[in-house]
Design a protein around this ligand. Structure first.
Ligand code: NDP
Ligand code: 2IT
Length: 455
């Protein structure tokens, strides 16, 4: 189905930003799925709602200079895209990875608008980061980089305006350095960042939240749409960072067997189920490579496959026979050829832990072949939702117990499944979790934008 208004908004966007491929991919996916909601409410077009939605309220690009351990001056580029504040202060992570550019940050910031809306919490959408590569850098280098990055960013953020957090390459260590520099420059101790250490305002469960939330979401979808659960299922997970590790932990706790994990150099297959203590030791404590797993685990039948990309077709991590696939590494890591392999091997569900890990062709193929498809903005919303809970705790100067936060996270993930399915059904797309998530997320933001006038 096509719609003249949506088509013209997308065409204008594509003409204006021909090189922003990731952003255009994310925008097209959302815009196309909004067709029934746009048709049902003429006010949206009259108010130029979509033209305003695809334009960030503000995009900041800045130089980050720092000195490496050898005394050499290094220069990186910093970004913060403050996309939409209709329902709350801008909220979204910071990504430090050499592939970061304006298109990547805009795609992530755009997705964040709908994801944050779906959580039901008062969080606007934003994202930031840098092309800085934390790999193989010393702690001192990472600290100096973070301090320089925050020396510019601090004037643009605040607990009531914009609250960054982690993403690829930004974990507890980086958030600590960023927080220390913000506090020094602003002269204020506030909940300006989330994912903080527990000793200075962090929330229990935030570290685990994205991966745990992904499994809560997957279990709820399996229960509502297929009368089954993660128990007894074989699961492939890509990535071995924050999201992947805690997705593997919760999936295992819920009775599944996780047989694959990866990093940007290759992937491991362990037929007995991945030993997470070893993965945590390699990836979290030693910042090492996943290839070390085979030797360390001593598991019979365990293999390591090097790949230039995690998604090398034919020989990819997705060629393993599994019931459930949880891509938790990066965008466009699961391509059409991978989707075909998953379908051929009888995969029942793909839930996206990473942001936009499935290409549009892969997602389409999976849905067409009856695979339950949980889109990122719903499936991985547990991370930002728990960031929202961290902000609440900071505001009331209290810390909730692990059980309290975990319980709220479970409720939020169930609410996201319920709201997505309800919106899909209301607009004639019964069972379409992707369209439902987009529409449910959009409706709340659109209502707030309409109420606030043309600003
Ligand atoms: P981490 O930096 O902790 O881990 C990233 C993992 O993905 C690593 O194993 C990394 O391998 C791998 N990876 C990263 N980039 C590539 C690439 N270009 N090719 C192949 N492998 C790659 O990040 P997170 O776990 O936090 O984030 C993973 C995904 O989840 C991202 O898409 C992120 O946007 C999304 N996400 C994160 C949330 C959070 O709270 N952290 C919340 C919601 C979504 P290597 O170690 O070799 O680099
Ligand atoms: O993509 C994401 O939702 C995140 N990286 C988490 C954002 C946050 O503010 O916790």
């Amino acid at each position: 189905m096509s719609n003249a208004y949506i088509d013209s908004v997308y065409k204008n966007l594509a003409d204006k930003h021909p090189g922003e491929t990731e952003f255009l991919q994310a925008a097209k996916e959302v815009l196309d799925s909004l067709e029934p909601a746009i048709k049902a409410n003429k006010r949206l077009e009259e108010a130029g709602l979509l033209e305003r939605l695809v334009e960030p309220e503000r995009a900041i690009l800045f130089r980050v200079s720092w000195v490496d351990d050898s005394g050499k001056v290094q220069v990186n580029r910093g970004y913060r895209v403050q996309f939409n504040s209709a329902i709350g202060p801008y909220k979204g992570g910071l990504r430090f990875h050499p592939s970061v550019n304006l298109s990547v940050i805009k795609f992530l910031g755009f997705e964040q608008i709908f994801k944050n809306s779906l959580t039901g919490l008062p969080l606007g959408g934003g994202k930031g980061g840098s092309d800085f590569d934390p790999k193989a850098k010393s702690d001192d280098e990472v600290m100096r980089f973070c301090q320089s990055f925050m020396s510019e960013l601090w004037r643009h953020i605040g607990q009531f305006t914009d609250v960054p957090a982690g993403d690829i390459g930004v974990g507890g260590r980086e958030i600590g350095y960023l927080f220390g520099q913000y506090k020094k420059l602003q002269g204020e101790f506030s909940g300006v960042l989330t994912g903080k250490g527990l000793s200075f305002g962090g929330s229990l469960v935030r570290t685990e939240a994205t991966g745990y939330g992904l499994c809560y979401y997957a279990n709820e979808v399996l229960s509502q749409l297929a009368s089954t659960s993660l128990k007894g299922k074989t699961v492939a997970i890509s990535g071995s960072g924050n999201v992947a590790i805690f997705a593997a932990e919760k999936a295992t706790q819920l009775g599944a067997k996780v047989v694959t994990m990866s990093d940007s150099s290759g992937w491991v297959y362990d037929p007995h189920g991945i030993n997470l203590d070893i993965i945590k030791e390699i990836k979290l404590e030693q910042r090492g490579r996943i290839s070390e797993y085979v030797l360390k685990s001593g598991s019979i039948g365990c293999e390591y496959q090097a790949s230039k990309k995690v998604w090398d077709a034919g020989e990819s991590i997705w060629s393993t026979k599994v019931d459930i696939a949880l891509p938790c590494a990066t965008q466009n890591e699961l391509e059409l050829e991978d989707a075909k392999l998953l379908v051929k091997n009888g995969c029942q569900m793909v839930a996206e832990g990473a942001n936009m890990p499935c290409t549009p062709e892969a997602a389409e193929y999976l849905k067409k072949h009856g695979v339950l498809f949980g889109p990122a903005k719903a499936a991985n919303a547990g991370g930002v939702a728990t960031s929202g809970l961290e902000m609440s705790q900071n505001s009331e100067r209290l810390s909730w117990t692990f059980e309290e936060v975990d319980e709220k996270l479970q409720q939020i993930m169930k609410g996201i499944v319920d709201d997505s399915l309800a919106a899909a059904e209301k607009y004639g797309k019964k069972g379409d979790l992707a369209a439902g998530a987009n529409i449910a997320g959009f409706e709340r933001v659109a209502e707030a934008m309409l109420a606030q006038g043309i600003v």
